[in-house]
Design a protein around this ligand. Structure first.
Ligand code: DAH
Length: 365
């Protein structure tokens, strides 16, 4: 092996390694000048061949040409490889404007929100103003001012969640009504069990005539099942004016029922007891699903009626406690569960589905 052949071998080896490392056009062009260019390494070997001894000249010349051909082919191969890679990455990044767009998943209102709005729409058309009140409530409003004193058995119907911090409670109690002394044994702050306390809160701040509808969340300390949840929504109704009678209560609820459930609906008032009304009634609507005698009916179970709310004439003591003359002013009140209305309206059989947050349930409405 001559010195020149050794050199050719090392040029070939080094050049191939360097070429593989060239990452772009500039790198390849630099390599080409360095290796194959006019003053490149290989060219200088080729130029020197003429000065070699005759017997060496032929072999070295052939070897040099072979190396040159190998390197030129490698250069072409490398160029082609880089071009393909560039194309592939451009394709990967490309935006194909002809592809169909990704569907936008539109949200929807929660079924309870939909039904609450329907309920309130009707009452608003009937002249009721929609107001809201606190979910964290004082014992004095939730119970005391509604004539449900401590130890009254009616409290069993409304067991709830109590707050333990008496300082929070006394701060909240400052500036509230005299009505119903807060319990001293227990903190007087609780999660309200119904929207009825807003009857008193609103009367304290306003003069008759009053017509309000009060939506809001309520809480009960309760074992849950298909018809009981520890959180529920209610809508409360209160109307106070001169000459308000039971007929106004029935007429209002009948019109509401017709707009909610159909124009031929009837309402039935049945005697009941709630400490804050006298007389108190339970309000039922005749079944809109069956003729009223189908035992397999999911809405009324064959009874023909569905219980929807409690109501009654506001107790004169409560009217008097607000400083209104109970001989002059009378009023009615009613309270209904939004979930209950939603269940019969939407055909839902388990109240727990509403707040379980399962899209498969919620997307149906
Ligand atoms: N607050 C009662 C409850 O949650 C429902 C109720 C009954 C509301 C009679 C009223 C009413 O306004 O007059 O069970």
């Amino acid at each position: 092996m001559s010195e020149t052949t050794d050199r050719l071998a090392s040029i070939e080896r080094d050049a191939l390694v360097a070429l593989a490392a060239a990452e772009d056009d500039a790198g390849i062009e630099g390599w080409r000048t360095r290796v194959l260019g006019r003053s490149g390494e290989l060219t200088s070997v080729l130029r020197g061949i003429g000065g070699l001894a005759a017997e060496e000249r032929k072999a070295v010349g052939a070897e040099a040409n072979r190396v040159k051909a190998v390197l030129e082919a490698a250069l072409e191969g490398r160029r082609e490889g880089l071009r393909r890679a560039a194309l592939a990455s451009a394709e990967a990044d490309a935006l194909d404007v002809t592809l169909p767009g990704r569907p936008l998943r539109r949200g929807r209102l929660h079924p309870i929100t939909q039904v609450r709005r329907r309920i309130l729409d009707v009452f608003e058309r009937l002249g009721f103003q929609v107001i809201e009140g606190p979910e964290v409530e004082l014992d004095a409003y939730n119970f005391g001012a509604l004539r449900i004193p401590e130890h009254h058995p009616a409290r069993d119907m409304w067991d709830t969640f109590w707050f333990e911090d008496d300082r929070v409670a006394s701060a909240a109690a400052a500036g509230t009504s005299e009505g119903g002394a807060p319990s001293s044994a227990r903190s007087p702050l609780l999660l309200r069990t119904h929207t009825s306390p807003m009857q008193v809160r609103f009367m304290e701040q306003h003069e008759p005539p009053i017509r309000v509808a009060v939506p809001g969340k309520c809480y009960r300390y309760e074992a849950t099942d298909a018809t009981h949840e520890w959180m529920l929504e209610q809508v409360e109704l209160l109307a106070i004016d001169e000459g308000i009678s039971m007929a106004n209560l029935k007429g209002t609820l009948q019109e509401w029922a017709r707009q909610m459930f159909g124009p031929s609906r009837r309402v039935m008032l049945r005697n009941s007891y709630f400490p804050f009304v006298e007389p108190g009634v339970e309000v039922a609507v005749d079944c809109f699903q069956c003729p009223g005698d189908d035992p397999s009916c999911a809405v009324c179970r064959g009874s023909g009626w569905l219980e929807l709310m409690g109501a009654g004439m506001v107790h004169p003591e409560i009217i008097a406690a607000q400083g209104y003359d109970p001989e002059r002013y009378t009023g009615f009140a009613a309270g209904m569960g939004v979930e209950r209305v939603a269940m019969v309206l939407l055909g839902v059989s388990d109240i727990r589905d509403f707040h379980a947050n399962d899209p498969r349930f919620l997307e149906q409405f």
